[in-house]
Design a binder for this molecule. Sequence first.
Ligand SMILES: [Fe+2]
Length: 194
Amino acid sequence: MKIPAPAEIRALHEKYAPTSQAFADVHTHCEIVWGVAERLLASPRLAHLDAGLVRAGCLLHDIGVYRLIDAEGRLDYPNYVRHGVLGHELLEQEGFPEPLRRFCSHHTGVGLTKDDVISRNLPVPPADYLAETPEERLVMYADKFHTKSRPSVFLTPDEYAEHLRRFGEDKVTAFQALRAEFGDPGLPATVPTG
Ligand SMILES: [Fe+2]
């Protein structure tokens, strides 16, 4: 499988971003998530992961967010959970293979199940959207430490675990399993903005 280079992925972001602010928010977030994943990949126990695939996955995972931002830059917040499947669709139209498309549709929360979709009445087709490969799990995990809200901030593992609690103890348990698998990234409390 040919893995797209960062410049190719950046061009794709530019193609689909409805505004320059949307590009700045989403593409920067994707780069920061790659930065988090790269830190985690420095651990020798993760040497078996395909770093090039993780990088492409991080840089692509939120590309579907553009489909939820209008020309005025307004985000369709009630449908935000759809950004994964929309990214999957977008990459399919662009001719990207399934292993890359899955980084979009399989990074939400700590893994969205068919039960979650039905019980929470989420606007996505009822199915399991669980990260399966270690590369998919790492992209999903690294994504949890950075929020695109302005000013963008890094979350500590404990802060994210606390945020998850309202979705159920099983989600906290799933996050703790990811923590055990990949470790804590040890990030600064905030990222410089501006
Ligand atoms: Fe993300």
